[in-house]
Design a protein around this ligand. Structure first.
Ligand SMILES: Cc1ncc(COP(=O)(O)O)c(C=O)c1O
Length: 286
């Protein structure tokens, strides 16, 4: 496996990070995950834009964020991932410097790491849906930054695994926000509802795609808070993310959602999403 580290393409075994890297010491950095279909990067512009937002919010200066596109494309080719599906992981930290909370001296180069690997989609989960639990949101108040500080997400996912379900959904002050690594949607009276973009959710790229697809297929969407006590009235629930695309939730906190099977609105959105991916796969640019 060939990875990218600070300007070089090297075998994975030779890639090493300094123990003073601020990503290691402080989780002082951001990341992105991009989905590749047959070598075509899905929504790369949007991922780069979100990366710029994160870097700017953390005051990490990078000369050439757009250059990450070329890195991702080369990793796909170098690792023979131009057929099938793959994910490209990119992480940028504030670089390496002796440990002190304040920023390192100006000019300290950020650490830039990227790796691509094969992704095998779990079609059964997309088709049959998953069970999930609600958990209290213990994260910080800048969830709009795709920070590598994912400990609350890790603990929530582990809690789900130990409860025998696939995922957990964060609830803050009675408001249902998002999954541990996905955005959350409900269908009420045939209309899609999802949390508005605030500092309490990650502005998901797939979330925007879903909203766009809903308007194309004529399903009304409301970006308004979903309250925990309203969940019993939801006809359908689903999660959306770069990696899993659209995943129905058919059981929540051990209660069936709607009929307990993926609902018609979710399935329509899934079909529209598949069509979008098919168009991407048949496009000429790689
Ligand atoms: C907390 C959180 N919310 C939402 C998402 C979905 O974002 P995207 O659609 O850009 O993958 C992710 C993805 O990792 C996430 O970690």
């Amino acid at each position: 496996m060939i990875v990218y580290l600070n300007g070089q393409y090297i075998p994975r075994q030779r890639a090493s990070i300094d123990v003073d890297d601020r990503g290691f010491l402080f989780a002082d950095g951001i990341y992105e995950v991009v989905h590749s279909y047959e070598g075509h990067l899905f929504q790369m512009d949007a991922h780069l834009q979100r990366m710029e937002h994160g870097l700017c919010s953390l005051y990490i200066a990078i000369d050439d964020v757009q250059g990450i596109r070329e890195v991702a494309e080369r990793l796909i080719v170098e690792n023979s991932l131009t057929s099938g599906e793959a994910t490209v992981y990119v992480q940028i930290t504030r670089g390496s410097a002796p440990r002190t909370h304040g920023f390192p001296p100006a000019g300290t180069p950020p650490t830039v790491y990227a790796a691509a690997k094969q992704y095998i989609p779990q079609r059964d989960r997309a088709k049959e849906g998953i069970a999930a639990i609600l958990v209290p949101d213990t994260r910080w108040a800048r969830c709009d930054i795709k920070s590598v500080a994912l400990l609350p997400n890790v603990l929530a996912r582990q809690r789900a695994i130990e409860a025998g379900v696939a995922d957990a959904v964060f609830v803050r002050d009675g408001v249902v926000l998002e999954g541990t690594s996905s955005n959350f949607f409900g269908v009420f009276n045939g209309e899609v509802v999802t949390a508005p973009k605030t500092n309490y959710i990650l502005p998901g790229i797939t979330r925007d795609v879903v909203i766009g697809l809903c308007s194309e297929i004529g399903v009304p969407v409301h970006e308004t808070p979903i309250l925990e006590h309203q969940l019993g009235e939801a006809e359908e629930l689903f999660l959306a993310s770069t990696i899993v695309e659209i995943r129905p939730i058919v059981r929540l906190n051990d209660h069936p959602v709607g009929t307990g099977t993926p609902g018609p609105v979710t399935r329509r959105i899934q079909r529209a999403f598949r069509d979008l991916v098919s168009d991407l796969k048949s496009s000429t640019s790689v």
